[in-house]
Structures are given as structure tokens and as C-alpha cells.
Ligand binder design. Sequence first.
Ligand code: PLP
Length: 390
Amino acid sequence: MSTNFETNAIRIQTERTSQKEHSVPLYLTSSYKFDDSEEMRALFANEREGNIYSRYSNPNITELIEKVAVLEGAETGWATATGMAAIFTTFAALLNGGDHIISSRSVFGSTHQLLVNIFPKWGVTSTYADLDKTEEWESLVQTNTKMIFVETPSNPGIDIIDLEWLGNFSKKHGLILVVDNCFATPYLQQPLKYGADLSIHSATKYIDGQGRTLGGLILGSKKLIGEIEAFARHSGPSMSAFNAWILSKSLETLAVRMDRHCENALKVAQFLDANSEIELVKYPFLSSHPQYGIAKKQMKAGGGIVTFVVKGGGERAAKFLDALKMFSISANLGDTRSIATHPASSTHSKLTEEERLQVGIQQGSVRVSIGLEHIDDIIEDINQALIASK
Ligand SMILES: *Cc1c(COP(=O)(O)O)cnc(C)c1O
């Protein structure tokens, strides 16, 4: 193990087979053989480590988890089929009926559904808190509060909370702090360093980075991951070996991809900031961002997502999207290809207008996931679409 992210993302690996593969081989097997009945007994009794069945573990998944755990500064982790399965599994494994969650108000659309429509069925309730109003958080803690869940930077508002403050706050109240670290990736931000108990990823986004597979990851202490494993082994939200193999390869290029995503996104944010057709630009490393100082403290760079508001409201935003020639209109993010989304009519269409405004989504808001195409082509496409949509 190295002290450097890039080396660990490439060189940490599980044992290779007698074929001496240089790259990670793909282990497509649903179960594993035992040498004898005694080995079978010992593995089931947890007296020895080893593979039993791919719902529990698989060499591709083990290698992926070992790498990401080191990159996040975590003891260990668990992998799931999707990012949502990671969030669902975390809530379901660690919370009981009657427990309460404090969650950042702006969360991924499906996380909002879990909090508002699904977990209340089992008596788990939640209260939303604003990332930029930490002075209000104290009053939201109830006697049954057990967990804090936040996204930072948030989607699509690009709000940021001070993780150091939040780590101390959750410790003071004895709460489990869970951070959805999807936008930042372990390369830009490691929440566990600031006292978070679990860091969660939709690996579907930047960890895959090429828009191919779904995946989720949960990183944290052996104790909490043990509780998650006990739930997940029997409820079955496992990642597929094939996806783990893809994601393991993807991790090898995460650092170089993120460097370019961030470099391109900062240039786009600066271009938009100077453009008279734009009302507002939100990007963590733009000095006009209200939490710029905090972003600089806890993130290595600003990430690949820029959210902005065009002059002319929803009509202009729709025209802008339709005038784009290279950008894809898609709900995904974190791809090599640049993507534009209109959150109010897509990812956040289930919210009321008032709820949308509370999380910073106006009718004129556009979220762009800046890809790895040449920066001149990216800016040219945005520029021509702004002119064409006037
Ligand atoms: C996409 C996303 C998720 C959900 O991940 P899936 O892999 O699509 O299930 C959760 N949180 C954030 C911030 C996301 O962007």
C-alpha cells in the first residue's frame, strides 16, 4: 500500500490465479467449492475467511472493496447492485422502527422517495435540514434521532456543508453520520477523515465514469459494515461480479479522469459566470460560491458538475437544451460525455414548486455534467446554444 491515491487505485489487488493474470480476471461463478466437509463447516461458522456463495462475496467484489476502502480511509466496505441499494441497505440495516433521520434537504430524487414514502411505512421518520443553515440543526435533534444523512456537494443545488462541523455535531449527539460522497468521489473528498461513520457512492457515476454499469459502495468501520453485511447477506442486494470487474478497472483511471473533469468544469463555470445570459452559477471552486472557503478546505477540486440559471426561465432552459449540438440530454452524470439536464422537469419533477425552490431549483436551472471532450468544444457548444436560445 502506498501513501498515494493513484498508486493504490491501480496496484491494490487480491491474489491472482496460477495463470498469473496481470489485470484482474473476471470470476463468473455463483458458488465456490470446499476442500472437505470441515472447511465447509468452518466457513459457515465464520471461523475462517473464504468464499461461500456470490451473494456473500466474490473475488471481483472483494478486490473492488479493498481498493475503495483504502482510497476512502475506511477499514472496510460493502458493495451493492446500485447506489440506491447502498442507501436502502444502510438505512434498513442500521435503523429500527421508531428511529429518526436528519437529512440534508437536497438529496437525490430516489433518496427523497425512500425518506418520504418508503421508510415511514416501517416507522422510520425523517426531518430535512438545510446545508447552509447549520445554526438550525441543533433544534432538529429528537430523542429518537439515530442518523444524519447528507449529500455534499448536493445535487443539483451544489450546496456544501462543513464536514468538520458536521462530524463534531454528530459525535456530540451520538448519531451515525452517513455522507453520500457520489459527486466528490474518494479522490476529491474523504468524509471519514472529518468524523463521518459511512461514506456511500453511486459507483454508477464517476467511479465507472463511462456510463456503462450500475453499482453502489458503502465504506466505514468493521463494526458498522458488519451490521450492513449481516442484513445484506440475507436480503440480497449484491453487486454482480461483472460490474465489480468493470468498476475495478475504472478505478485505475479515476484520478486522471477527475483531474480533467474538474479542470473542464471550472473553465465552464468561469465562462458562465462572465456571461450576461446567465443569472446564477453554482460551482464549489468558483469564488462567488457562498461556501467557497469550506469547499476549498474539504475538497481537492470542485468536481465535474455545474448548475446554472439561464435568463428567461423554463422556456429558455428548454430551448437551450434543444439547441445543444454535442451535449447529450440525459439524466445521468459523471460520464466521459458532457450531459445537460433540466432538473425541474426530470430528476426533481416529483417535488412541488415550493420544495424545488427550497433546494435551489428554479425553472431556469440547468445542470451540466462536464465530460472529457476538448474544453474548446464544450464551451463552444454551450455558447452557441445560449445564443440560439435567446
Ligand atoms: C445517482 C445517484 C444516486 C443513486 O445511484 P444509482 O446507482 O442510480 O442507484 C444516489 N446519490 C446520488 C448523489 C446520485 O447522483
